[in-house]
Ligand binder design. Structure first.
Ligand code: DX5
Ligand code: ZN
Length: 226
């Protein structure tokens, strides 16, 4: 089991050849698949819903890490559980319009890992009360909605805080980072305490997914872009 898990974000995959992209990224050593659900309300972009998650479930046995950037996640969570998610992460911001404690409980009761996340602009204090009730804390390193944005290094302060609290309070949530992650920025994340790295562009926009994944783990230099 590698010490850092790599979760390729399918937002950057080739949807015309999704099945072969899934095979390639699996053979390349992906640990989880990160599925970004965008509703055009909570974020300014639209991706896909539970139907496509279910299709992906039928194409892979890798854990499906579903990141809900949507309003009223509580209403949609059962459909993503049914579709085959293994972890479901919801947003803490009031604009996400749900009762966070209740949504997290519903995710766990559905047999999934319960994740919580916050936008770069959102203070870390928003997630603190929920830390004992989550399995996964996702620190956004870009404002969500689009792949290919620039990493925000100042978010490492939140990663370090999450790591400090986790060890001082004996909590067990996995610490995940998402947005603008390259081999170089992954190193900062790992040094700050991250154990799951989400990356779209840095994997799917290269010619060699295996080399890209090894580079994200810090094992070799990044391959050239395709
Ligand atoms: C941002 C999504 C990310 C994004 C990552 O809206 O949550 O998962 O697709 O893509 P890259 O790695 O290209 O920044
Ligand atoms: Zn994401």
């Amino acid at each position: 089991m590698p010490s850092v898990l790599i979760a390729p974000s399918l937002l950057a995959a080739d949807f015309a050849h999704l099945s072969s992209d899934l095979e390639r990224v699996t053979a390349a050593g992906a640990d989880w698949l990160h599925l970004d659900i965008l509703d055009g309300q909570f974020v300014d972009n639209i991706s896909f819903g539970p139907g496509i998650v279910q299709t992906i479930r039928g194409l892979t046995s890798l854990p499906l890490d579903v990141h809900l950037m949507i309003e009223r996640a509580d209403h949609y969570v059962p459909r993503f559980i049914e579709a085959g998610a293994n972890s479901i992460t919801v947003h803490v911001e009031p604009e996400a319009k749900h009762e966070i404690g209740r949504t997290l409980r519903a995710i766990r009761e559905g047999g999934c890992r319960a994740g919580l996340t916050l936008n770069p602009e959102t203070p870390f204090a928003f997630v603190e009360p929920h830390l004992p009730n989550i399995d996964l804390l996702l620190i956004m390193t870009v404002h969500p909605g689009f792949g290919g944005q620039s990493f925000r290094p100042e978010m490492m302060e939140k990663v370090r805080r999450a790591q400090d609290l986790r060890s001082s309070l004996g909590m067990h949530y996995a610490l995940e980072v998402d947005g603008g992650i390259t081999a170089e920025t992954a190193r900062a994340c790992i040094e700050s305490g991250a154990d799951v790295i989400v990356a779209g562009t840095a994997i799917f926009k290269t010619n060699d997914y295996a080399a890209a994944i090894r580079a994200l783990r810090g094992e070799e230099p990044a391959p050239t872009k395709s």
